[in-house]
Design a protein around this ligand. Sequence first.
Ligand SMILES: [Zn+2]
Length: 295
Amino acid sequence: MRELPALPGRGSPPTRPRVSIDRTGPRWVFHGRRVLLARAWLADGGGHRTDPRPRELPLSGRDDSIDMLVPMGSAASVDAPRPAVPHDVAHSILDTDAPPPPDGFEWVDLRVAASAMSDALFRRAGWAWQFLEWRRTHRYCGVCGSPTTHRSEALGCDDCDHLSFPRLSPAVIVLVHDGDRALLGRGRHLPEGMYSTLAGFVEPGESLEQAVHREIREEADIEVGDLRYYSSQPWPFPHSLMVGFFARYAGGNARPADGELDDVAWFTRDDLPRIPGRVSIARSLIDTWAGGELP
Ligand SMILES: [Zn+2]
């Protein structure tokens, strides 16, 4: 199904500044969670001065894609002040099989590509993917089943007026510390030997702080206190907003309690295991603790 490119700003308040839209710039092209990137850029380990995206749409003429302009919002302001490139052109190929990549390009899992991207580029890639994924999974109204159409920042149903907005799932991510040691866990999805901070989605009716206490209790069977907010990070797999905390150990014997983790263990600064890459807030929490700079 081909959808007309959405024109951002339609129906928005008149006070909103007009923006220029660059339709000729680099394009995000996705198939599932994979993104089309220049092979030379990948071979260079993600040379941060070049843009790895195709400028032409090499797969044009397809009738099985969602094409849209993704409003970058604050993601754009990181490296492109208004009104330079406030929108990214993005495409999602819906076909089950990925088309062969054009010369000089490769399909790369976005989670893998993230480690080679600058923070700014990853933020744009993640938002473009998340936006397309929202469009892909909300093509029909969840109430009456009619096709949806794009209305400003929502997808709306012309039959029953139901609106769907891009989905966000807040999650807490916590480094539990106790003097010279920190508690890390081994999730099943992590690469061999890797440990990370504990994390979990916030449940309906819960505050962020309550989610921290519950998650740590469920996953590691310990109590924590002295919660300190650290920072947050949009994490597009699939649509999380990671909210980072430090928490002080307050009692209990740490063990993998609910089966979600294979192992939990205390580590000192000098004896850290393999930990996540620098693009993640988990790494940032660990690095900050290891540097002795708790907020
Ligand atoms: Zn409807």
